[in-house]
Design a protein around this ligand. Structure first.
Ligand SMILES: [Zn+2]
Length: 247
């Protein structure tokens, strides 16, 4: 039977530690808790790493976080040769915050890119130092300088980033919210999480389950590293941190 893990990062992406209780160890040795601050790999954002601290102070290193039998079951995958906790045990969770914060900045940067390039998204992947978003773009006249300048305008404006829940009906009435060509947000649960940028979402709103920084200013300086042609109408944009290197 799949467990339902309370995903604390959905309401507060800035939680670095929390206490939780072990509810199960799955057949592959994955640790399932009643609640967690560890984001599980999905939507192009990699899962968190970190550790669980036991009552005696010893630590269980967590090498990856993934979803289990259902999307609501979050599995903490221990590194090799870790001691295993027992069901019912209370542990203190700590995520690798430096890495997570880079991912939150990068993930938010991907949203900004979709504002500057308002085209159907065919794929995306976030990592600590390089992210990519693939678009269907009929017209390939974009330059990395222009796109970088557009993204940096949004960063400097320091727009708020927040989440809001909408109903399936609201989403159905606003099909333009969905920018992804292949991935549809899950409907039927009654609530869809929108990630909004700007006052009342004036800059952008789109369904997303990932973790983001709380304002565009917190993303910091970014640039488009490369625009690659992946097909006649497909372009892959790579986002990197820091100023654009001089050619
Ligand atoms: Zn997102």
């Amino acid at each position: 039977m799949a467990h339902r893990t309370e995903a604390l990062f959905r309401d507060d992406a800035y939680l670095k530690t929390a206490d939780a209780t072990v509810v199960a160890i799955n057949e592959r040795g994955g640790i399932i808790l009643d609640r967690t601050i560890f984001y599980a790999t999905s939507g192009g954002q990699p899962g968190d790493t970190g550790h669980l601290e036991r009552a005696d102070g010893s630590r269980i290193a967590i090498a990856a976080t993934i979803t289990g039998e259902t999307k609501d079951e979050i599995v903490h995958v221990p590194a090799a040769e870790q001691a295993m906790p027992v069901v019912g045990e209370t542990v203190k969770l700590t995520i690798d915050w430096e890495r997570r914060h880079l991912l939150m900045r990068m993930h938010a940067a991907c949203h900004l890119l979709t504002v500057v390039c308002p085209f159907p998204i065919t794929g995306a992947s976030v990592s600590e130092d390089d992210s990519r978003v693939d678009f269907d773009i009929p017209d390939a006249s974009f330059t990395r300088e222009e796109v970088t300048a557009g993204m940096m305008d949004l960063v400097r404006a320091d727009h708020p980033i927040f989440t809001r829940l909408i109903s399936d009906e609201e989403l159905a009435a606003n099909p333009g919210l969905v920018k992804s060509k292949n991935v549809r947000p899950p409907v039927g649960t009654g609530k869809i999480r929108l990630v909004c940028i700007g006052e009342n979402g004036a800059v952008d709103s789109q369904p997303c389950g990932g973790t983001h920084v709380k304002s565009t200013g917190e993303i910091g300086e970014i640039h488009i590293g490369k625009i690659e042609k992946k097909g006649r109408e497909n372009r892959r944009f790579r986002i990197r941190f820091g100023p654009m290197p001089a050619n």
